[in-house]
Design a protein around this ligand. Structure first.
Ligand code: TA6
Length: 288
C-alpha cells in the first residue's frame, strides 16, 4: 500500500487478524494491532507524514547516534531516510523466521550521509509478526568499510496508553541511569516500579532483558524483550515540552509512553566485515 504522499508501506497480518504496518520511510513501524483491532502504538494526531521528518509515533529507529552530538542530525539519519525492500536478505537463525509474516528492509548510506558519517554499512531490518501477534524487530548492521566504526541505536517505541498517571514500568528498579534532563548525569534508581508525574527522559543502563509496562485502566501489560540492547530509554515530554513539540498535541503526552530498547552508553563497535545483531520483541498480555 501507499500513503497519501506516495510512500510505500507494508502491512503484515497473522492468520488470527493481528496486524502491523511498516513504512519504507525510516523503516518505521507505524501501527501494531491486536487480533481485536486495538492499536497498541501511539501516533500523534499532529504527526507529519512528509519525509524527511520522522512520524511522531510508532517505532522510529535512532541510528547511528542517540541525541544530537556533532554534525549528525538529531538521533541519526536512519529514521529520516527511505529504506528499500531487501530481496536478498541473508538467512537468519531459524527461530527468527518461524511462523511469521515478515518484511525485510535495507538501508545503505547515501553519498550525502557518507560526508557526515564516513562509514559504509548495510543495515538489514526484519519486522515480523508471529501467530500470537507478537512483534519482532531484528536488526543486523554490517561494517562494509575498511575502518572500524561505532554506533548507538535505539528503537523509540511509542506505546499507546490510557493515561500516563495510570501506568507503571517494572524492570528498571535499582539500575543506574543517565538523566537527559541533567546533562546526562548519572543517578541510581531508588524506588520500586516507575510511575509518572512529570517529564522524564532517562537512559537506564544494563537492564534485564524483560521490561513490563502495566496499564491499569486498559488492563493490559506490554512486555519488551530484547537481545543485544542493554539500555532502556524512558521518555515522556509532559505538559510543557509537549506544547513546544509542533507535531504533538498539547494533551497527547498523556496517551503515550516511550520505552525503548537501546544500546547507548557503550557504543557498538564493528571491525571491517563484522556484523552486529539486535533483537526487540514486543508483546501484550491482558492483566487484572
Ligand atoms: O529521549 C531523548 C530525546 O532526545 C528527548 O530529549 C526528546 O527530545 C525526544 O528524544 C524526541 O526527539 P525528536 O527528535 O523525535 O523530537
Amino acid at each position: 500500500t501507499k500513503d497519501k504522499n506516495g510512500i510505500q508501506q507494508v502491512v503484515l497480518r497473522n492468520p488470527r487478524g493481528a496486524s502491523a504496518r511498516v513504512s519504507l520511510h525510516g523503516g518505521q513501524v507505524l501501527s501494531w494491532k491486536t487480533d481485536k483491532g486495538e492499536e497498541l502504538l501511539f501516533t500523534s494526531s499532529k504527526a507529519i507524514f512528509k519525509p524527511p521528518t520522522a512520524v511522531r509515533g510508532g517505532i522510529p529507529i535512532y541510528f547511528p547516534q542517540f541525541g544530537n552530538r556533532g554534525s549528525l542530525e538529531q538521533h541519526g539519519f536512519a529514521r529520516n531516510r527511505m529504506w528499500i525492500i531487501d530481496e536478498n536478505h541473508p538467512p537468519l537463525h531459524p527461530n527468527d523466521s518461524n511462523n511469521k509474516a515478515y518484511i525485510d528492509l535495507l538501508l545503505k548510506p547515501s553519498e550525502e550521509d557518507l560526508k557526515i558519517w564516513p562509514h559504509s554499512f548495510e543495515f538489514r531490518l526484519r519486522v515480523g509478526l508471529d501467530l500470537d501477534g507478537h512483534l519482532s524487530i531484528i536488526s543486523r548492521v554490517r561494517n562494509i568499510n575498511c575502518k572500524t566504526f561505532s554506533f548507538a541505536i535505539a528503537y523509540r517505541t511509542y506505546f499507546a496508553i490510557s493515561d500516563i498517571s495510570e501506568v507503571r514500568v517494572e524492570g528498571l528498579e535499582t539500575l543506574d541511569y543517565l538523566d537527559n534532563l541533567c546533562q546526562r548525569e548519572r543517578f541510581t534508581e531508588q524506588g520500586d516500579a516507575l510511575t509518572f508525574e512529570s517529564e522524564i527522559d532517562r537512559v537506564y543502563l544494563s537492564s534485564s532483558d524483560v521490561i513490563a509496562v502495566f496499564d491499569h485502566e486498559k488492563k493490559r501489560t506490554f512486555l519488551v524483550r530484547k537481545e543485544g540492547l542493554p539500555d532502556v530509554v524512558v521518555w515522556n515530554p509532559w505538559e510543557k515540552k509537549a506544547k513546544a513539540i509542533v507535531d504533538l498535541g498539547d494533551e497527547e503526552y498523556k496517551q503515550m509512553l516511550c520505552v525503548d530498547g537501546a544500546a547507548i552508553e557503550k557504543p557498538i563497535t564493528l571491525k571491517p566485515g563484522e556484523e552486529w545483531t539486535g533483537r526487540l520483541y514486543l508483546s501484550v498480555v491482558a492483566s487484572i
